[in-house]
Write a protein that binds this ligand. Structure first.
Ligand SMILES: [Zn+2]
Length: 337
């Protein structure tokens, strides 16, 4: 509340405009995720934004005078020794199906280019994302999950009613072949129509055909690992995640990806040479900040935007006002430690 009052005041005083000038040579990399088909923005506003919110954000990007560029352009500016003024990149993580109807029209309307960091597993395996769907169904219907007499889980548990943790641990034990049957039983029990999800893209990823079409329309498709796993893996498995992801992206788009986004923004320092070995030019995290001249290209920060962020907070980040406030507060934070 105090933050919002302070930001309103700073904006009214014209300090957002001043902040934009002061931070002009610090590129902004915006980070987005999915779009809600239905009520997913209430379930997980950090992942599923309302398309109307995204459209208003793009209008603000335009209003503040930015013309988004590609990650290749950002990389070239870095190699040339200096970032150009007002450089901005739009990135979208994961590959949620609804971005096609919920984000692409706004991007087209403003003539903005964007990058999609694609995890390929659920593109190839076209079914709802298992874990998130289980969380969603328990969030919406509050359980309990009573097993039907012919349940595929009956041979594997003595329980009649399962909690969310029971479902997830059983699924982990039984393997991915059980995921879709379990999800179907769970939806049947709660009365949710999963077949509809397959049509409207709820909790689904883009299909292979959609990815190919979007790439042909100019959306840059880049790496996000095949199974959305990286920091938790050993070097061999992490390298395989990158290679599998690269394989599918090449197959879907006809072009090799050269940029990467760490799943959940997390990485181990010893994993960074894997990116160099793959000849990747940049990699991004979810550290919320503007890029600086000295920011390492393989751990670039971004401005994370979602439905939990108000328009005023977004403008405060976009203009660089928040960066200046964080800089001003840094010495006091150090003293506290
Ligand atoms: Zn992700």
């Amino acid at each position: 509340m105090i933050k919002m009052l302070l930001l309103s005041l700073l904006k009214a005083l014209g300090l957002f405009i001043l902040a934009q000038k002061i931070t002009a040579r610090r590129p902004r990399i915006l980070c987005y995720h999915g779009i809600a088909v239905d009520d997913e923005y209430k379930f997980s506003p950090g992942v599923f934004m309302q398309s109307a919110t995204f459209d208003r954000r793009m209008a603000l990007v335009k209003k503040w005078g930015y013309s988004p560029v590609s990650l290749d352009e950002l990389y070239q500016q870095h190699q040339a020794g200096q970032y150009q003024k007002n450089t901005l990149v739009i990135t979208i993580d994961d590959g949620w199906a609804a971005i096609e109807q919920g984000m692409l029209p706004s991007l087209k309307k403003y003539g903005f280019c964007a990058t999609l960091y694609l995890s390929s597993y659920y593109v190839i395996n076209q079914r709802p994302v298992f874990k998130l769907s289980v969380y969603y169904l328990f969030w919406k219907y509050k359980g309990p999950f009573t097993l039907a007499d012919n349940s595929c889980l009956k041979p594997h548990t003595t329980l009649q009613q399962l909690s969310i943790n029971d479902v997830l641990s059983l699924a982990a034990e039984l393997g991915s072949a059980y995921e879709q049957p379990i999800l179907q039983e769970l939806a049947d029990c709660f009365g949710e129509d999963i077949a509809l999800w397959q049509q409207n893209g709820k909790l689904m990823f883009l299909s292979a055909e959609q990815v190919t079409a979007l790439a042909a329309q100019g959306l840059n498709i880049e790496l996000h690992t095949h199974r959305h796993k990286f920091s938790e893996l050993n070097l061999t498995d992490a390298a395989k995640e990158l290679a599998d992801n690269q394989h599918y992206i090449l197959q879907l788009t006809g072009r090799a990806a050269r940029h990467f986004c760490f799943p959940r923004g997390e990485y181990q320092p010893e994993q960074l040479p894997l990116l160099t070995a793959q000849q990747l030019k940049t990699a991004t995290t979810t550290e919320n900040e503007l890029v600086a001249r000295q920011s390492p290209l393989l751990t670039l920060p971004r401005l994370v935007d979602n439905d939990k962020v108000s328009e005023l907070e977004f403008e405060a980040e976009l203009s660089g006002m928040m960066t200046l406030l964080r800089l001003a507060a840094a010495p006091f934070k150090r003293d506290k430690k």
